[in-house]
Design a protein around this ligand. Structure first.
Ligand code: AMP
Ligand code: MG
Length: 366
């Protein structure tokens, strides 16, 4: 399949948006930007079209899709029995990076929900996403626009890397602002539960609703099955194995470990903030540094792009620096821990111990 590339910086923007919407109406798959990451969209009420998304991504058949809408009124025909909590969240946070799990109406094909009685619905704030949904005249079912298992794409170039030749077209609307996927909240339980942390933070939800639970599976407890089916898969993962430093002396111990690894002849990747990066040895051959800037917003915005870049630079392994879990830290740490396959080290001034995981290289633990 020849994938059409629509650059929206071009002055034919209106024509390109029209062509992309026509593809959606015609049951084709189109990638488009949202404020979180790029999505891979198809007509959410057309089961055969939705099945093409699964084929293009190589997505496991038990991992449901999120429906994207451009008008809050859509909840009335796509959902049933909306709870008061759901209504409060719709009023406060939509449009925005929040997905609500609600009971689905009979309009929604099983291909979207993979047979579940519930559906995830979100109203993106990105103008291109909203316009595409409006022009298509249907809710758009869309997961992230990556091949299954790879980090989500936050720019059209990363989409093309995974999807060229597999879908009808790519709408290039520039970089995504937030950079991590939407927060998923299950509103069918008496106390709403965060199934995936994202751009709308735990603190924002608590401020609006009072009590909010967190799915315990987010912390990598093996015995607990995540309530969002997709969260059980190894995701966001670079090719090289990754190890994450957490704890009060994470940066200092990571720097020590980088020196030790280089001295032992390894080519080591490092994922850290700019301040830590400035303290690392300059040796591009032995030490591949990916730094995100200073703030947690910077980390969220750049994380997937940095993880993808490691795949081109091919370090033997990657040492990542953890951040605290307030605000966007909950979402970014969730993605970093998954990228590291829950291989996590706990670093204090006295030394480094294993928090979870196995197979740490060399004498990393002491
Ligand atoms: P993606 O759009 O690729 O970021 O993935 C969507 C996420 O939403 C996956 O983790 C899905 O498992 C989750 N999801 C979608 N629908 C539901 C649902 N009805 N119940 C629970 N999780 C869902
Ligand atoms: Mg995804």
């Amino acid at each position: 399949m020849q994938t059409i590339y629509w650059d929206l910086k071009n002055n034919e923007r209106d024509k390109f948006m029209d062509q992309a919407a026509l593809c959606i109406k015609d049951g084709q798959v189109v990638a488009f930007p949202t404020e979180t990451v790029y999505g891979l969209g198809a007509d959410g009420l057309n089961g055969a079209a939705v099945a093409k998304i699964f084929a293009a991504k190589g997505r496991p058949a038990d991992n449901p899709l999120i429906l994207h809408i451009a008008d809050k009124k859509e909840f009335d025909r796509l959902a049933v029995d909306l709870s008061a909590n759901a209504r409060a969240l719709i009023d406060t946070f939509m449009p925005g990076p929040l997905t609500l799990i609600v009971k689905k109406s009979s309009l929604i094909p099983d291909e979207v929900t993979t047979g579940l009685p519930t559906v995830g619905i979100r109203m993106p704030s990105h103008p291109v996403a909203a316009e595409l949904i409006r022009r298509s005249g249907c809710p758009i079912a869309a997961p992230s626009a990556n091949l299954s298992g790879k980090p989500s794409p936050t720019n059209a170039h990363d989409v093309a890397e995974d999807m060229d030749g597999r879908i009808a077209g790519i709408l290039d609307g520039g970089r995504c602002g937030i950079g991590v996927e939407s927060t998923i909240v299950d509103t069918t339980t008496p106390i709403p539960t965060i199934l995936r942390p994202g751009g709308v933070t735990r603190e924002m939800l608590e401020h609006r609703l009072g009590a909010v639970d967190i799915d315990p599976a987010l912390y990598g407890v093996q015995a607990v099955r995540p309530k969002a089916p997709g969260m059980k898969y190894r995701h966001y993962a670079p090719k090289a194995p990754m190890y994450l430093y957490e704890g009060p002396a994470a940066a200092a111990q990571l720097i020590k470990a980088v020196h030790a690894a280089m001295q032992a002849g390894h080519r080591v990747g490092v994922l850290c903030d700019q301040v830590t990066a400035a303290q690392l040895p300059e040796n591009a051959n032995r030490c591949v540094i990916a730094s995100w800037g200073l703030s947690k917003d910077d980390l969220a915005e750049h994380l997937y792009n940095l993880l993808r870049a490691f795949d081109h630079q091919e370090p033997e392994f990657i040492l990542g620096l953890g951040v605290d879990e307030h605000g966007l830290g909950l979402a970014t740490m969730n993605r970093m821990r998954k990228a590291a396959g829950f291989n996590i080290l706990w670093a204090t001034e006295d030394g480094v111990s294993v928090k979870s995981g196995t197979n740490f290289p060399g004498n990393m633990v002491k």
